[in-house]
Write a protein that binds this ligand. Structure first.
Ligand code: COA
Length: 401
């Protein structure tokens, strides 16, 4: 035994199976919800191109909930029913704010959201969960700013009410429409990490709230939903030299980016696991910022010009370092510019991502329940062989006091 390799001990079959690092290229489910075509840069949401669904005059958040939860864009009466159910979810969540302990006192918005959502009843339906995520995120942001949470208005659709609850003043129809563009754009995206986390939890037979709490934890990470805040920090750092924004002085974006890469840091908002071309959602959000700029002009246009210049500089620097791996702008790059233009504080960017993505999580939870099979991959053991030299016997290990 001591001279046997691990392959001989446990049998070659397991050891020889290819290691799928990061589960890249592994297909774990069939889904009717969304398809990410990384080569052509296309995103399909339940039979609709994202450009069509989230374009000018496109779907509302409630529409995309109807699409993902029910399989088709809702007709007028259905849309009203979904709007009412999500509005009721916001109202119920607001009513329990006082019973969330210290959840909303967390310094990080995703920590607060995770703790607050954990208070919901484990059998909460999708509309209640979606309404609660928006209410908790807005209430956390108000408290963080030292202001009282604003009660939801059940007459409004989620986008308009979310902006109102965060800012304490009514949003214009143009602003609500562009927040809808954002929420629809990020509502679902294939087997992304947070969706996968939700599906793993669901596959054990656990409840929806446990799955959503796991998803929020996965979304928090900077490689997934935590990137847009740092993107805005980057734009601020590069744009500082230009005063009110606009195109940065020649070479300043390049110098900043080279310094980051030289320090071994990643450029936030760039690169993607699946896309080998520019993320199509970046273009959808870029157009949304242009539309907002036309209604308000001024500083927003300058910020967009800065973002475009930084994107070009980052793309060129990454192309030079990784000629074989296209690293282009992803959704988070223009998320930062759009949410900032909508007057949301950067600390609220990741929670606002959750406000949109919860539509997809709930749909995947339902789909995974129907699939009904436990998700349980394997690992390759690279630890010591029992009895081999260098592996101390448990019986001989001195007890610690
Ligand atoms: N900046 C600098 N280098 C990057 C990079 C970035 N944004 N994204 C990837 N790379 C580099 C990696 O360092 C790695 O280089 P190496 O082979 O020399 O080690 C190579 O590109 C491949 O990266 P890898 O981590 O294997 O790619 P992935 O598919 O696992 O990662 C992301 C995808 C999104 C996690 C990655 O591109 C990233 O970290 N981006 C920044 C964070 C971000 O914007 N997240 C939001 C995603 S929507």
């Amino acid at each position: 035994m001591p001279n046997m390799s691990m392959a001989e001990v446990i049998g070659m079959k397991h050891v020889a199976a290819p290691l799928a690092s990061g589960l890249e290229g592994v297909v774990v489910a069939e889904t009717r919800l969304s398809e990410v075509d990384g080569e052509r840069g296309k995103l399909t949401l339940s039979g609709h191109d994202v450009e069509e669904l989230a374009g000018d005059g496109g779907a509302t958040f409630e529409d995309v909930c109807g699409l993902l939860w029910g399989g088709a864009l809702p007709a007028a009466a259905e849309r009203e029913a979904i709007r009412g159910a999500i509005a009721e979810g916001r109202a119920r969540a607001f009513a329990v704010l006082g019973r969330l302990g210290d959840a909303l006192q967390a310094g990080d918005g995703m920590d607060a959201l995770r703790a607050a959502v954990a208070h919901l009843g484990s059998d909460a339906p999708p509309a209640a969960i979606a309404g609660a995520v928006a209410t908790f995120a807005a209430a956390w942001s108000r408290r963080r700013a030292g202001e009282a949470p604003v009660a939801p208005d059940p007459a409004l659709r989620l986008s308009a009410d979310y902006l109102r609850m965060v800012r304490g003043a009514a949003a214009s129809e143009a602003e609500a429409r562009e927040l809808d563009t954002y929420l629809v754009t990020v509502s679902d995206h294939g087997m992304n990490a947070s969706t996968f986390a939700a599906r793993v939890v669901t596959s054990t037979g656990s409840d929806a709230i446990s799955a959503v709490v796991a998803a929020i934890g996965a979304l928090k990470g900077p490689l997934h939903g935590g990137a847009p805040g740092p993107v805005l920090d980057m734009l601020d750092a590069i744009g500082a030299a230009t005063g009110e924004g606009g195109a940065p002085p020649a070479g300043s974006a390049e110098r900043w980016i080279q310094a980051e890469l030289g320090a071994g840091r990643r450029i936030m908002g760039m690169g993607h696991r699946i896309y080998r071309v520019r993320d199509p959602r970046a273009a959808v959000l870029e157009r949304s910022i242009e539309r907002l700029g036309r209604t308000s002009g001024g500083a927003r246009g300058a910020r967009l010009a800065l973002a475009r210049a930084v994107e070009r500089a980052a793309e060129a620097a990454l192309r030079a370092r990784h000629p074989d791996r296209p690293l282009r702008a992803n959704v988070e790059f223009y998320t930062a510019v759009l949410l900032d233009a909508l007057g949301l504080p950067r600390t609220l960017f990741s929670p606002t991502f959750a406000v949109g993505r919860v539509a997809g999580w709930c749909a995947h939870i339902d789909e995974q329940r129907r699939a009904g099979r436990l998700i349980r991959p394997s690992s390759r053991y690279i630890g010591g062989v029992p009895g081999a030299a260098g592996v101390r016997s448990a019986a001989l290990t001195p007890q610690s006091s």
